[in-house]
Ligand binder design. Sequence first.
Ligand code: UD1
Length: 356
Amino acid sequence: MKILTVAGTRPQLVKIAAVSRKLRKEYTEILVNTGQHYDYNMAGVFFDELNIPKPDYDLGVGSDSHGKQTGLMMIKLEEIFDKENPDLVLVYGDTNSTLAGALVASKRLIPLIHIEAGLRSYNKDMPEEQNRIVTDHLSDMLFTPSDLANNNLLKEGITKGVRKVGDVMMDAVMYNIKLAEDRYSLEKFKLKKKEYILSTIHRAENTNDKEKLKRIFEGFSNVEQKIVMPLHPRTANLIKEYGLQELVNKSNIEIIEPVSYLEMLLLEKNAAAIVTDSGGIQKEAYFSKVPCLTLREQTEWIETIEHGWNKLVDPQKDNLAEEIFNLKPGNDIDDLYGDGKAGDKIVNLIKQHYQN
Ligand code: UD1
């Protein structure tokens, strides 16, 4: 059986690294890299560091408006599907690359598998929410990270093919954390354990509006601790475009280039706190048991909030410095997102399902 995987953004590369390793023991995998992320430090370093197999196809789509980016991916994917005739298509998460793979597979009546299914923020303005809803409704097998995700699907009438397996990002952390500690040290970043805050900002809802992004950096300018911020190119470009550089310079923020996955795991584990708008980093904060503030109005990772490891903060209203000061660790609980064996479960379930 031939499985075709579509991926193309930084977090998807982390996820495929966790699953491909297992998948390739049983199946032929054709890997298509859409090229949605294309800078070396947003994509290439992940292939190298995580030993991701070389893609069979590089679509080289890059950045564009959402319609054009997704459309271009679809055109190129269809040609590849014609040539390869895959038995199954595998997509991950909630990006435009996920949506493109899902749409082309289902229009060609190829069974579609969605990993990290069932998440909802219930904010349809987010491109990620649109991508998740469409992908889940088109999928034949839906692998979810939690009971809550299963429940979200149930509310939309999706029950067939839904299986809770845990979170593949947990697999990735468990597999890589020791490697990260062996290979890198905080000295490289001139940081000391638990004496800094780690922050990332890249979501469209925070960055596409000048006033919103300005408020975020105003909030940071009152924070006394050192803040290290590996910056997504989207935000770096917009800081320049909006003329916010001076505001950033006045704060304790040290902006650095985007870091590799292993470097990020090390920075997360040793941070006193994490402030982010990323979905994956909220979870990684929890996996590392570091308290987290999420600069968004909703999150898909409700469990991290319920157990006190994460808090939603509105930078337009709330006092960021005060929120950071008041951060405490959450409940001492078992792992919310599985046991780090999601990849094995996914491969076994695919085997069972498609043998019958
Ligand atoms: C995408 C996903 C988002 C995910 C994020 C992970 C969608 C709709 N969004 O957002 O869910 O959290 O990836 O990082 O798919 N850019 C570069 N170099 C790159 C990539 C991007 O400079 O390698 C810049 C470009 O200016 C581009 C902008 O970032 O226009 C946005 O990139 P895009 O891929 O559209 O979305 P992300 O913000 O990365």
